[in-house]
Design a protein around this ligand. Structure first.
Ligand code: SF4
Length: 342
């Protein structure tokens, strides 16, 4: 690890001021950054420790939404009674995202900004445009079982690793940012992450020195919410495919209530995938194909086809396309049943 200087700040404006130093970087839980520093993939000259900022609370908002401070531990968000009741998809995603030790250390802001787990990104002898722009992408034509099937480019086929961000995408979260000049802005999570294009090393729309201060969840959408994560093992593993859905249904007359959704209609739906793209992947095509359609497996299958219409495999990850379709169908069916039960 290369030498660096360190300071701990207790005030948000002092934090962004400190981050204006050349080579400065924020650190909170350090669950990803420290590994990257040991490998010298990240080489900050100065660390600004923001873990003690007073940004660790969850507040109810007058409109019925919730604001989660950026320094709130993932475990605290997952366990919060308001989150579990009104935003269960978020709680489920956090629990699926990491074991307890990591959830206790990891902050919400850090979770949003964690880097890809593409193995070539961490193997510093390989070509990787994200780590070393212009050095190529050894995942293309290499071991790419875990890589993207949507939104990839010739420069990078990595996926975003966060589960939490996928649920937040389905919940249409907004991210609060504090700039180095003291100005504040909020960005919809759907606009926060970038696709790789020719610049995969630039992953978000964050400006230099800008800091995440919180995440605002709009009032909970009606219907059932569900997060499903498919991975190679049950713990300490990232998603091959994950799905966050919110589904509301209108009950059909004469339906056999309580045992099936026969006769019900999908009133509204939100669909976001993880493990398939460089960013949490909202599928508006799937949502459009669900609205006002019968809540049946045939409808879910059509939505899955729509969601994966532009999917492209890289050889080792071709299986993900069908896995994503099947995961979406199952998750929609379960969420629709939860919607009717609610
Ligand atoms: Fe690097 Fe992206 Fe290629 Fe992985 S997929 S080797 S992160 S450029």
């Amino acid at each position: 690890m290369r030498p660096f200087t360190y300071e701990r700040v207790t005030d948000a404006r002092a934090a962004v001021a400190a981050a204006s130093r050349p080579g400065a970087k924020f650190i909170s839980g350090g669950t990803n950054l420290l590994d990257l520093m040991k490998l010298e993939i990240e080489r900050p000259a100065h660390l600004v420790d923001i873990s003690r900022l007073p940004l660790g609370t969850i507040e109810e908002l007058p409109d019925g939404g919730v604001r989660i401070g950026a320094q709130t531990a993932n475990s605290d968000v997952a366990a919060d009674a308001r989150v579990r009741t009104a935003y269960p998809v978020l709680s489920e995603a956090l629990v699926a995202g990491a074991p307890g030790q990591l959830r206790n250390m990891a902050s919400v802001g850090g979770n949003l900004l964690q880097r890809t787990r593409c193995p070539y990104f961490y193997y510093t002898d390989s070509g990787c445009n994200k780590r070393d722009p212009g050095s190529g992408c050894d995942a293309i034509g290499g071991f790419n079982r875990t890589h993207a099937i949507l939104g990839a480019s010739d420069a990078c086929i990595a996926t975003h690793p966060s589960d939490m961000a996928v649920a937040m995408t389905a919940l249409e979260a907004r991210i609060e940012l504090l700039d180095a000049d003291g100005s504040v802005r909020t960005v919809a999570i759907g606009d926060f992450y970038r696709l790789p294009g020719d610049t995969p090393h630039i992953e978000t729309v964050l400006r230099p020195g800008e800091m995440i201060t919180g995440v605002v969840l709009p009032p909970p959408p009606p219907g059932g919410q569900l997060y499903r994560k498919i991975r190679d093992r049950a713990s300490y593993e990232f998603a091959l495919v994950s799905v966050a859905v919110v589904v509301s249904t209108d009950a059909g007359t004469g339906a056999d209530r309580g045992t099936a959704t026969d006769g019900d209609t999908v009133a509204d739906a939100r669909v976001a995938f993880g493990g398939v793209a460089h960013k949490p992947w909202r599928s508006l095509a799937a949502e459009d194909s669900l609205r006002e359609r019968p809540a049946t497996m045939a409808t879910y299958r059509a939505a899955a086809e729509a969601a994966m219409r532009d999917a492209v495999g890289q050889g080792g990850n071709d299986f993900k396309i069908e896995l994503a379709r099947r995961t979406l169908c199952r998750t929609l069916d379960e969420a629709a049943r939860a919607s009717r039960a609610g």
